[in-house]
Write a protein that binds this ligand. Structure first.
Ligand code: SF4
Length: 353
């Protein structure tokens, strides 16, 4: 039996795992003992550990690679390990499986969903496509495998503008499911033939214009890093146009783009303050690349409960028991591969770290 087919590996920490009232795996602290055990189990499973930028700090620190969805998708496709452990939400682990069907893909808690991915189903997309039979379908990577299988090109916040620009100008586009990213793409491309699905992420939608305006007025000299999924993106541009926030201080960036911008500020010896409008897990990486800069979240309560289900206990359980495994039928994988592969070939994106 090869390492990656092992179902169960013993660990002295397994007996400490319990669940809390919400059902999340808990009972283990992410300390040095845990870290050594995770590394031992990962080696025994021949597994690479990937962590999204919104994960808990201890999960980001133990991972082989951290990054945004696109960067981690690329790593998953090219990494030589036989098992991929994806510390993120379910659609991300599915995407890794679509790109590497021959590998075993594990997620520490398969219940870690995504409100944005849930905002469009395959049946809803089929009905929308029937209204616009000649349109090209662009789906944000935050979608289920079934929705991807009905999509022409996937995109992430890093390359959404490039992806839409790659489609002939006279071709109608259906963009789903994020209305804020869709509005950003429409603004940047100047296209009028783009139809936008009105979905949203409840975390990013809570970072709204009112919160942004209040915080920006309290910190008039600070730069603003804004993720295009945030409900406040339009407000930020409006505030800049009105002169409330100088235009050059407003930066609309993917999570990977934020890291590059912060790295540059850190390298310049910048000691300023940056207001950050995205999920709070992002601050861990930003502080690491630019320790001299003060990063302040626009909404300190903007924490994704799905990402935070990937606890130290969940990761240890995953590596020891080989659970939860992503299982997709071959037809869905084949149909979903094409739009994901096209996404990977279009546009530049920051690499995983
Ligand atoms: S922050 Fe929003 S878009 Fe990201 S995984 Fe959580 S629910 Fe989904």
């Amino acid at each position: 039996m090869t390492a990656h087919t092992l179902d169960h590996l013993d660990s002295p920490l397994l007996s400490q795992i319990t669940t809390n009232a919400a059902g999340t795996y808990t009972g283990i602290v992410g300390d040095a003992t845990w870290a050594a055990e995770v590394r031992r189990l990962a080696d025994a499973r021949d597994a690479v550990l990937l962590a999204h930028n919104y994960e808990l700090p201890e999960i980001q620190d133990i991972a082989d690679y951290t990054g945004d969805s696109l960067a981690l998708s690329r790593v998953a496709a090219n990494d030589p390990h036989s098992t991929i452990v994806f510390c993120g939400v379910h659609f991300m682990a599915e995407t890794a499986k679509i790109l590497s069907p021959e590998k075993r893909v594990l997620i520490p808690d398969a219940r870690a969903g995504c409100s944005l991915a849930s905002s469009i189903t395959a049946a809803e997309l089929a009905a929308w496509k029937a209204e616009y039979p000649d349109a090209t379908v662009v789906s944000y990577v935050n979608t289920t495998a079934e929705v991807k299988a009905m999509t022409d090109i996937c995109c992430t916040s890093s390359n959404a503008v490039d992806v839409v620009q790659s489609i002939p100008a006279d071709q109608e586009v259906l963009f789903c499911p994020d209305q804020f990213l869709g509005a950003h793409v429409k603004r940047k491309t100047g296209r009028n033939n783009i139809h936008i699905w009105m979905g949203e992420c409840h975390i990013h939608a809570d970072i709204n214009g009112d919160v942004l305006a209040e915080t920006a007025c309290q910190h008039p000299d600070s730069d603003l890093y804004i993720h295009p999924e945030c409900g406040c993106t339009t407000s930020a541009l409006y505030l800049a146009q009105e002169g409330v926030v100088p235009q050059e201080q407003v930066k609309i960036l993917s999570t990977g783009g934020m890291l590059e911008e912060a790295e540059e500020a850190g390298a310049c010896g910048d000691h300023g303050e940056v207001l950050v409008a995205t999920e709070v897990g992002m601050l861990h990486q930003l502080k690491a690349v630019a320790p001299n800069v003060t990063f302040t979240p626009i909404n300190p309560h903007a924490a994704c409960p799905f990402m935070k289900m990937i606890t130290p206990a969940a990761l240890l359980r995953c590596l020891a028991l080989g659970k939860d495994e992503i299982d997709l039928d071959p037809d869905t994988i084949a149909a979903a591969y094409r739009p994901v592969d096209r996404m990977i070939s279009i546009g530049n994106s920051p690499a995983a770290r």
